[in-house]
Design a binder for this molecule. Structure first.
Ligand code: AMP
Ligand code: ZN
Length: 299
């Protein structure tokens, strides 16, 4: 299916972990992920962002309120748990023994898996009251889940997203987004990766999804940093640059100093995809990468 995946597995960089798109990461793979994560930190020294880390779960309600279930129901993951009594437990075990579907004995919890690292930021900031005049900047990194099982190594079900999240006036969001598009292109160039930025192409669900996808493009809501990674697939989005206008602000009540709805935007780096791009373009052994590339990652 994917020659690149076979190589990554046979060279011990990724360990298939029992389901498509679920991998164990080797020490060598993780060293690159960590270096990229640190490089993003260095790029934003002096930006004054507030570092926040959340576990990879969000209230299920967040998926409802953000319209994730309208737009990407096929990617969402909700958490179900066993909450029954002993009788229900016996039935559950019996199902397992006879190879039946035992999920009927689970009930839905109040949690879903985090779909994008920035989701927990908006309600937190809204709860703090009106934004300061200069707005706010948060820094998050989270494991994210998307139910898109695939044998292409660039399409994982669990991966890490490092994000910068900006809250403020529309102009502040635009400046933030442009700054990061420049930074990301410069970074990719310094890493010796053939990258370009283009309008995004999100997999909105169903027939109504076509309208959403068109409006995303027409309103220039989202751009992506595209890098060719495998021969079998077109260039892959390794980072995205989003202007949400007042979408999240309206949901959570993020207000500016005058009490008007704020704007928000975020920039997300896919740490696994960037790692894979480096492995694809410079070889599977990072010790042998060009010195200038190594210097960017391990200064
Ligand atoms: P998005 O929120 O869709 O813009 O995702 C942000 C970034 O996460 C993308 O630019 C990718 O680099 C990364 N990403 C998204 N989906 C996947 C996936 N299935 N596997 C690995 N990385 C992903
Ligand atoms: Zn985001």
């Amino acid at each position: 299916m994917s020659a690149f995946r076979d190589q990554l597995v046979s060279e011990g960089l990724l360990h298939p972990a029992g389901a498509d798109g679920i991998y164990g990461r080797s020490e060598r793979f993780e060293a690159i992920v960590e270096a990229l994560d640190n490089a993003v930190s260095r790029m934003s020294v002096g930006d004054g962002s507030e570092r926040l880390r959340f576990p990879p779960a969000i209230p299920r309600e967040t998926l409802e309120r953000t319209k994730y279930m309208q737009n990407f129901p096929q990617l969402a993951g909700a958490i179900h748990c066993f909450c029954g009594d002993e009788r229900a437990h016996r039935q559950l075990l019996q199902c397992i023994e006879t190879g039946e579907d035992w999920s009927q004995h689970l009930s839905s919890s109040e949690l879903a898996l985090t779909a994008a690292a920035c989701y927990p930021v908006y309600p937190l900031m809204a709860a703090r009251g009106p934004l300061p005049a200069e707005g706010l900047l948060a820094d998050v990194m989270s494991w994210c889940f998307r139910h898109e099982p695939s044998l292409h190594p660039t399409r994982m079900q669990f991966f890490r997203m490092r994000e910068k999240v900006r809250l403020g006036q529309a102009g502040q969001i635009e400046t933030f987004r442009e700054t990061w598009m420049d930074r990301a292109l410069d970074f990719a160039k310094a890493l010796g990766l053939p990258a370009e930025i283009d309008d995004a192409n999100d997999p909105f669900f169903g027939r109504a999804g076509k309208v959403m996808a068109d409006s995303q493009r027409n309103q220039r809501l989202k751009f992506e940093l595209l890098i060719p990674i495998t021969d079998e697939t077109p260039p892959v989005a390794c980072a995205s640059f989003n202007h949400h206008h007042d979408h999240f602000a309206a949901i959570w009540g993020v207000k500016d100093q005058d009490g008007a709805l704020a704007n928000t935007g975020c920039v997300g780096f896919g740490l696994e995809r960037l790692t894979l791009a480096l492995l694809r373009w410079h070889g599977l052994n990072s010790d042998d990468w060009p010195l200038q590339v190594r210097a960017q990652l391990w200064p």
